[in-house]
Design a protein around this ligand. Sequence first.
Ligand code: SAH
Length: 214
Amino acid sequence: MRVRNKPWAEDYIKQHDGIVVLEPSQNKGKWEQEFQHTNRPIHLEIGSGRGGFIQGMGTKNPNINFIGMELQKNVIVSAIDRVKEAEVENVRLLHENADQLSDIFEENELETIYLNFSDPWPKNRHEKRRLTHQSFLSQYQQILKPNGKIVMKTDNQHLFEYSLVSFSQFGLLLEEVTLDLHATGDPTNVMTEYEEKFTKKGMPIYRCIISNHK
Ligand code: SAH
């Protein structure tokens, strides 16, 4: 996502300690304590962008605790505003890179991981950067509970096909594959910013649900 530089973003993030967890590795193994309602499942979105999905999911599912992880400071500031305005107490944000996942989460700590419109990295030499590369899958498998889920949505056919092969080669179970999410419909679906944009253009949205087993 290309965005204008916001020189104030770093300070803004620091001022929102509470919505943003500034030192997430300190929560490793005890994430439930971060939330008002402990003993509820924790769902993580990687690359949460401007936060529409994680805020929408938090509002719609008060019995689940949500964490949105976003690398870019100029983007996460919009997610902070959304979470703040919606006053959702079950959503936290992390300004972190997904390659640090196992420093942040303990084994079996998460119920679901969402990958929404992840960067496609179309060049072969950038394969390792795709969030469905084997090296990421082994981290997901570790931090997900047995039978935990990975839910992926994208408009990008190449990334989708690559990911299906990658999941399957890694030995994860393809539970559901949808080639046009909005044609089949799912009343529980919460749209992301990218999803709104691509759907308005009439593009199909691909989704797959993957089940973890160890
Ligand atoms: N999920 C949002 C944004 C999609 S764009 C939506 O659907 O509207 C992909 C986002 O993933 C970008 O904001 C990018 O900064 C973030 N991202 C890419 N690689 C990441 C990584 N390794 N860790 C965390 N976030 C990442």
